[in-house]
Design a protein around this ligand. Sequence first.
Ligand SMILES: O=P(O)(O)OC[C@H]1O[C@](O)(CO)[C@@H](O)[C@@H]1O
Length: 541
Amino acid sequence: MSKKTLEAAWARLAAHHKSVAARPISTLFAHGDRPAEFSATACGFLFDYSKTNIDREGRELLLELAEAAQIGTARAAMFTGEKINRTEGRAVLHTALRALDAEVQVDGQDVMAAVRATHARMCTFAEAVRSGAFTVSGGAVRDVVNIGIGGSDLGPAMACLALAPQADGPRCHFVSNVDGAHVHDVLAGLDPARTLVIVASKTFTTIETMTNAGHVRDWLAAAGLDPAAHLVALSSATGKTAEWGIPPARVFGFEDWVGGRYSVWGPIGLSLMLAIGPARFNDFLAGAAAMDRHFREAPLQENLPVLLALVGIWHNQICGHATRAVLPYDQRLARLPAYLQQLEMESNGKRVAMDGQDLTRHSGPIVWGEPGTNGQHAFYQLLHQGTRIVPAEFLIAARGHEPDLDNQHRLLIANCLAQAQALLEGRSLETAREMMAARGFTGDDLEMQARHRVFPGNRPSTLLVYERLSPAALGGILALYEHRVFVEGVILGINSFDQWGVELGKELALALAPALEGEAVPAEPSTAALVAHLRALRGEA
Ligand SMILES: O=P(O)(O)OC[C@H]1O[C@](O)(CO)[C@@H](O)[C@@H]1O
């Protein structure tokens, strides 16, 4: 890619933004059929970005930016197994986990035979657990505890909640935090004899996971059971799983080209497969694979992941909005914002470009959110009247899973659309004055009261619409976001697939452990003082 072409595309966008920044978004609807022209459909999704300040020229310039960043070349490199994760010398092939018929090679070697074999073993195992043919010490498995953190937890935990209406297998629970409260509360009430324990860790060294796994192994042993009969491992480190005494038949491995935050599609998704069954899990994969095909084949201007990325770049880089709110009007997507926080911020929260040079612009956005309508009664106040603008990303299904509660689903949709409309249109001082006058206010009091009731509006939002949160729809949503993050990363020149920023804290935590046992004093004075204070509170100093 020519740096000059790319910088010129950025400069043109900045200049265009300067010329339209003061324009109210609502005025854009005066011309043509904006809702149709600024939305796109694919794979059962409608993505509406008409309530943004992007006009035809802005979109053209954004597409030019994507072309200048050579999205097409980068995309081909990812799908064909080139080692685009340069700092770790790895290919990036999570897409291969959901394209079981594909032919993919890394270093000239076929990788799909192993992917297919592991997938088949997972299906057989899941069927056996679900049917009761596979038993633990006390008989058929009633509860599954997945112990993992980050990508080894967030994907399956989020998806198990999202697809609860399809869950007809054993009950799945998730332990991630090293805080003993987490494992304690999850195990409370479970019968060890009927519990299957999945230790999910790509590296099998993550301190939180291995500590929790050790505790659960002791919990099984304390009940007089053979822990090995209850344990399953999902890991790339098969040597380490063997040291743990987990029988190879219950170890499901994957290659280093599956990044943690991209791993729900393979063995790390085993808990989800146990919950919903292999057929629905395959629908989940198929939904993602359809989005992969769309991402590879659709022209950039109709390409959903590219459009999401460009709207993101517009808001984050061009308009300077540092954060983005993800607002699923879908209670079962309650963990989607947390999942996306890892996906987006671990991928694109970097300070240097691919070549190690400082980024010349900001890294990816801060992502946060909560399901609607709950958020409306919490932080939406700031979205509507705060001094900072937070682009809102709404998600809504046309139908829920509860036909007898369809009236509530209509109310949910009404709320979602109303919020987007309120953000766009706002309420003028004039209208607020009329309102307060009608309520009997006069003079200075009327003016003061009215000013509190003004909504500036002109706040951008997008909406992703789908028919219903099925396994395929969830697969599509996650793949859409994965590729969006990839496209944003390519445009910013970031390696979206490493995560060196998580290392320092891990190292320091290990180094601090002896200090908390009184065996050393940290050199850093603030930390030393806090360790002393905490030890005193614990009655240890
Ligand atoms: O699966 P593992 O190796 O236990 O890692 C868990 C998580 O830890 C991280 O490496 C970061 O702390 C994530 O990228 C990863 O998903």
